[in-house]
Write a protein that binds this ligand. Structure first.
Ligand SMILES: C[S@@+](CC[C@H](N)C(=O)[O-])C[C@H]1O[C@@H](n2cnc3c(N)ncnc32)[C@H](O)[C@@H]1O
Length: 329
């Protein structure tokens, strides 16, 4: 039976934001200059250290980023392409000594961290970093709801973010679910408590310096800010949007609000045409030319068989229509 306590998005908008094009074009030519908060800088450093150690450890020797993802159910569209593209930047350079470029996956606004677990288990050869500003949500990673419903192996919870409650020498901004009776956490999953806008800026510095390659960027159920008067708080109407889009060649947004999905896809299209002059394929995010990915954007309703996040489960139980935007640049 549908859960009537989970309300659909209430908004005074009937269509995509009227000034979307103007706002996106304005920010395409600017940089978001707000200084990065110290706590997010520290959190980011811990994520960098995790990635470095992951590739230095035996895990990376045993787990090939090019390996086929584990299990197909619920895999993001284009996962195979995601992994195939990792071949361009395996963790070692030609001499096999210094890293050329570390492949990572980001799970932005991961909430209780369930999607981070899914991604980490699906792509065991790639570090997956879940980021959220809410200590309360992060502390619920492995919570009882997740245990009942998710395919995750977690069975008990340890508060995360505590100095000693971490698996791999993480700082106090870090967050790591407990080892469980049924097995250790995936070695490639890592959580940090951080402000996304700052984290993305720092991550882009790594990308632009060639130290990181973000193979996939999951942005699942971001806060919708549904009132028109609050529209510019949405990621795609904010000066951070060019940074967000530049981070990864594959960005996947999920939302329960059609207008948000359409706006996000349209903003990505406008930004792409503004910055490169290229018009991406619309509604064909798997388009390829001679094996190479063409810029492409899809925006479609979707119905996950197995929800991968707490919000996704809630919306599915309430029989709300979900939307997925997949952007490949
Ligand atoms: C609607 S919840 C979705 C959580 C999770 N992705 C899910 O589907 O269950 C949105 C999440 O984004 C986080 N969030 C929103 N804005 C953020 C920001 N600027 N920095 C960090 N986290 C943010 C919130 O704390 C919240 O956990």
């Amino acid at each position: 039976m549908a859960d009537s306590s989970v309300r659909a998005v209430t908004t005074n908008q009937t269509d995509i934001y009227k000034n979307l094009e103007q706002v996106v074009r304005k920010y395409a030519a600017t940089r978001f200059l707000r200084p990065v908060a110290d706590h997010t800088r520290e959190a980011f450093e811990s994520a960098k250290e995790f990635v470095r150690k992951f590739y230095a450890s035996e895990n990376s020797a045993q787990q090939d980023p090019q390996a086929t993802p584990r299990g197909d159910a619920g895999a993001p569209t284009g996962s195979a392409t995601l992994i195939a593209s990792a071949s361009a930047s395996s963790p070692s350079n030609a001499e096999g000594s210094l890293p050329a470029s570390y492949c990572v996956i980001l799970d932005s606004g991961c909430g209780t961290g369930e999607s981070t677990l899914h991604l980490a288990r699906k792509f065991p050869g790639v570090p997956v970093i879940g980021i959220d500003k809410s200590a309360m949500r992060l502390n619920k990673a492995g919570n009882i709801h997740q245990l009942r419903h998710a395919t995750s192996p977690w069975r008990e919870e340890r508060p995360i973010g505590s100095k000693n409650g971490v698996q791999q020498n993480q700082g106090e901004n870090s967050a790591e679910p407990a080892s469980s009776a049924l097995g250790a956490p995936p070695a490639n999953a890592f959580w940090v408590r951080a402000e996304l806008l700052d984290f993305w800026k720092l991550a882009l510095e790594e990308v632009q310096a060639g130290r990181w390659q973000v193979l996939h960027h999951a942005v699942y159920y971001p806060n919708p800010w549904p009132k028109e008067s609050e529209a510019t708080r949405r990621f795609h109407l904010h000066p951070i949007f060019p940074t967000l889009m530049a981070l990864s060649s594959t960005t996947e947004l999920r939302t329960n609000w059609e207008i948000y999905a359409r706006e996000f896809a349209e903003a990505a299209r406008i930004l792409q045409s503004e910055t490169t002059g290229a018009e991406p394929n619309l509604n064909n995010a798997d388009a390829t030319t001679r094996g190479k990915i063409k810029p492409a954007i899809s925006c479609e309703p979707f119905a996950p068989l197995h929800p991968e996040t707490a919000f996704e489960r809630k919306y599915k139980e309430a029989r709300q229509q979900l939307w997925r935007v997949l952007i490949k640049f």
